[in-house]
Design a protein around this ligand. Structure first.
Ligand code: SAH
Length: 395
């Protein structure tokens, strides 16, 4: 079968040759042949050399997402089965079974399956289909997943904004098997967490913070801990399990705080102090009230969604870090994160430094934190790296 051809403008072939998976509209000279959005296309250089093959969506800024750089490789059912198998087999080799029953099975572009995220929560799989190219093949992918993983059910949580850029409406609900219960109880490093895959944030739980929660816990024995941006209290459970003296959960979401209470109880801990409110304000109130902590955890949501917001986002990160530093006893610990991909680890460190200068505190980095192995970073797709964190000693 002859595929339609996407011909690049001169000089736009280099990222493709380096296996970067995105072709932006600005790189394309023209499209030859009749083709529908969602179809497979071949990508050719201006000099008429075959480069790669992927799926098309002219409604998106990213017009082609590349799937293979092998001219012989056909994008048929067997292709998708092979790609899924590769991601699943790589997870099996991580030895996560003794650690957790909740982890990411497929991380989209970073696993060479652009637009598809699959998380496992116990016996259930939660799927995010982020692009038209995946949407068109969802049935096939769900069938392959059901055959390979034999889950109790496969649930979809494609309710995120990025679908709009692909011209897709939100989509949510059961795709296969049985409905998940109201709360799935997952296990992580011996702790248990209730996950609401229908209404929870992301696909229900911040799986990407698993290893970082464990690292942070190593510094929290005996500490009075402020867990800011707590969501359902996962850091709080780790902190109390590590013998923290007192934990305060802070979040804008009353529902998240209620779940945090339930998670503490599930793990045998009595209620923590709960503060519902905007961290930007509450951190100031805590300082005004003379509260001090031995450790502050800052795990805010994404602040920077586009390059144009980077400066504002940086000010936001600086402000919460500054406020947190004011609350920490000398010799205490700051555990601080950014999940904005646009904020590089280097920039993030500079932001924390600027906050330390303003707070007139000396700060040492004890540990640099990043992605867990089930959220791999593909060298040819650095955009896949978003999470970074620092564990700091504050004097
Ligand atoms: N640390 C959590 C994940 C945090 S997600 C974990 O390990 O599971 C970010 C959280 O910040 C969300 O629960 C969101 O409700 C909360 N949030 C967003 N903006 C906020 C603000 N201005 N002040 C306080 N909490 C906020």
């Amino acid at each position: 079968m002859v595929l339609a051809r996407v011909i690049l403008k001169p000089g736009h072939d280099r990222p493709v040759r380096r296996h970067h998976p995105w072709i932006f509209s600005g790189a394309i000279a023209r499209i030859e042949g009749s083709v529908e959005d969602g179809d497979i296309v071949d990508v050719w250089s201006a000099e008429r050399e075959w480069l790669a093959r992927g799926y098309l969506n002219r409604r998106s800024q990213i017009v082609v997402r590349l799937l293979t750089w092998d001219a012989e490789e056909r994008i048929d059912d067997a292709f998708w089965a092979r790609r899924l198998e590769r991601a699943l087999a790589a997870r099996a080799r991580l030895g996560l079974a003794s650690v957790t029953d909740a982890y990411r099975l497929v991380f989209a572009e970073s696993d060479w399956i652009p637009g598809l995220v699959i998380d496992r929560y116990g016996d259930f799989l939660v799927v995010q289909s982020l692009t038209l190219g995946i949407e068109r093949r969802k049935e096939l992918l769900v069938r392959l997943l059901a055959e390979r993983c034999r889950p109790a059910g496969i649930y979809e949580r494609s309710d995120i904004d990025v679908r709009e850029k692909e011209g897709l409406p939100p989509s949510e609900g059961l795709l296969w098997g049985t409905e998940p219960p109201d709360r799935i109880v997952i296990h992580e490093y011996g702790h248990r967490f209730r996950v609401d895959v229908r209404h929870g944030q992301k696909t229900g739980f911040y799986l990407d913070q698993r290893e970082n929660r464990r690292r942070a816990a190593a510094y929290l024995a005996g500490a009075r801990v402020l867990n800011a941006f707590s969501y359902t209290g996962a850091f709080a459970v780790y902190a109390l399990a590590a013998s923290a003296r007192h934990v305060v959960n802070l979040d804008t979401s009353a529902d998240a705080l209620a779940e945090a209470e339930a998670n503490l109880a599930l793990n045998g801990f009595s209620a923590a102090e709960q503060l519902e409110g905007d961290a930007f304000r509450v951190l100031r109130h805590l300082r005004a009230a003379g509260r001090r902590f031995d450790a502050v955890i800052l795990d805010p949501p994404k602040f920077a969604f586009a390059q144009a917001h980077l400066e504002r986002a940086s000010r936001g990160y600086k402000d919460i870090n500054l406020q947190a530093l004011h609350l920490i006893e000398s010799g205490g610990v700051l555990v601080t994160f950014s999940c904005s991909g646009l904020v590089s680890p280097d920039l993030f460190q500079k932001i924390v430094f600027a906050a330390a200068e303003d707070a007139r505190r000396e700060v040492q980095i004890l540990e640099r934190l990043g992605h867990p192995a089930d959220h791999p970073i593909r060298l040819s797709f650095p955009e896949g790296e978003y999470l970074k964190g620092l564990i700091c000693r504050v004097w």
